[in-house]
Design a protein around this ligand. Sequence first.
Ligand SMILES: Cc1cc2nc3c(=O)[nH]c(=O)nc-3n(C[C@H](O)[C@H](O)[C@H](O)COP(=O)(O)O)c2cc1C
Length: 215
Amino acid sequence: MYSAATGKPHVLIVNASARNEGSVSRELVRELLANLEASRGPLSVTHRDLAKGIDFVSQAWIAANFTDDADRDENQHKELANSDLLVQELMDAQILIVGVPVYNFGIPAALKAWIDMVARARKTFRYTSNGPEGLLTGKKAYLVVASGGVPVDSPVDFATPYLRHALRFIGITDVEVIAAEQINSRGSAAMEAARSQISNLLSSETTPALAAGVS
Ligand SMILES: Cc1cc2nc3c(=O)[nH]c(=O)nc-3n(C[C@H](O)[C@H](O)[C@H](O)COP(=O)(O)O)c2cc1C
């Protein structure tokens, strides 16, 4: 999708680190965006910073979500307003970049809450006779994963495989992982490895929608 307002490819950046200072994932997300702009030209960007807060699923939220849109009362629309906004941000984006610190072998609670807010039946997925079908097709996603000790995609990494699965569930199947892994022991080597992944990815990958200039 191209931003109607700007005509540029649209990127949604979701940052999940609780840190603003010294965050490895935020730094690499910035570098990825700069590299994307350098290789693809100007982009329009929406920032969703989960450290600033996010709604959690509640009894009222579930009841509203399970009520047909046409039957929702005013309170139920209000209950879902934040979730609707987050879904819209995702729908509007052609490229999704997620900054993912590994916390206790999984994703930060705020990022799980974001997944809960954007996994919406009839909006981002639906059930068919063939099983669930993701509705957000045609997007590219980059997961920028930072870990202290856990090797990314190892048996004790429950963050990266989970996110790949959750994104696939809503239709986002083209997912690249950039990993700054085991920073505690590898330090700057982990950062350099992630930077190499960024440059290798952007030089090798073809993004048909971007290349062709179509949404
Ligand atoms: C609450 C918390 C839990 C963490 N749990 C893990 C963990 O289970 N495995 C791991 O490899 N690193 C863990 N770490 C280290 C972070 O993944 C690492 O510091 C990473 O750089 C955090 O991302 P950030 O720099 O973008 O904030 C944890 C850090 C915090 C703050």
